[in-house]
Design a protein around this ligand. Sequence first.
Ligand code: 2AM
Ligand code: CA
Length: 263
Amino acid sequence: MCICTPDLVERVVALVRQTGVLLTQRPDPQAIQAKSATDYVTNVDLAVEDTLREALAELAPQVQFMGEEEGHSDLDPARPFWILDPVDGTTNFIHNYGHSAISLALAEDGQVVFGVVYNPYRQECFTAVRGQGAQCNGRPIQVSTAPHLSDSLVAVGTVPGHRELGQQAFAQMWAVYNACQDIRRSGSASLDLCDVACGRVDGYLELYLQPWDYAAGSLILAEAGGCATGLDGAPLCLTQGGPLLSSNGRIHTALLELLEQSN
Ligand code: 2AM
Ligand code: CA
């Protein structure tokens, strides 16, 4: 039996919305630590993750937990698990750029069955339950109908965690820039996926992301009529990272072909 009941979904969405206040309060700049030269964790990432891990354990004690900051070495992917990015867009957060989100997904039987992405700056809460469509603040959302690359606005990622992929990423951006109307760079993968889901942009790609960056957003996008895959068109993996291409569906093949040619 699916553990993703309407009651659990309602409680978890309320919990994520409440926790968003931790992002909109400014952090103590002393509390920023470098995980690597381009990857940071703040006291807020840790506070959001601790708060949600504890509250989720009370709501659904049988569900395992994968969090960006905690890791997941002893996870059994055959059993249900949460996938949390406590602050997606941490670099934006550190710079007070006002574009970051909490991203939380529930995986069961190897697929995401529920996702919520909350942007507390715009108070936009994107949600989806598998098979039941996608919403923003409770209202149904749909991908764009742009049929061609030449009609499309495409969000891109600069793959800051893997600078060795930077040159390839910029070559891809150049190809997309030349084929499409324009490109955009937001710094939050989960919000980029939600922007595709609600038709603000027509596609989004990044050369390396982690499951917590895309788990919730990819279900929200699929339920809004779009799709997210690897750069080979294969399904995304929930237990290890990789490249991501997402779109309204209509331009997916054209983007896959364009990116293959740019390599
Ligand atoms: P994060 O803010 O949670 O780290 C920006 O290009 C996107 O890449 C963000 O969603 C960011 O998520 C993600 N990302 C994944 N791994 C990263 C890393 N090692 N360093 C920086 N951003 C990373
Ligand atoms: Ca993060």
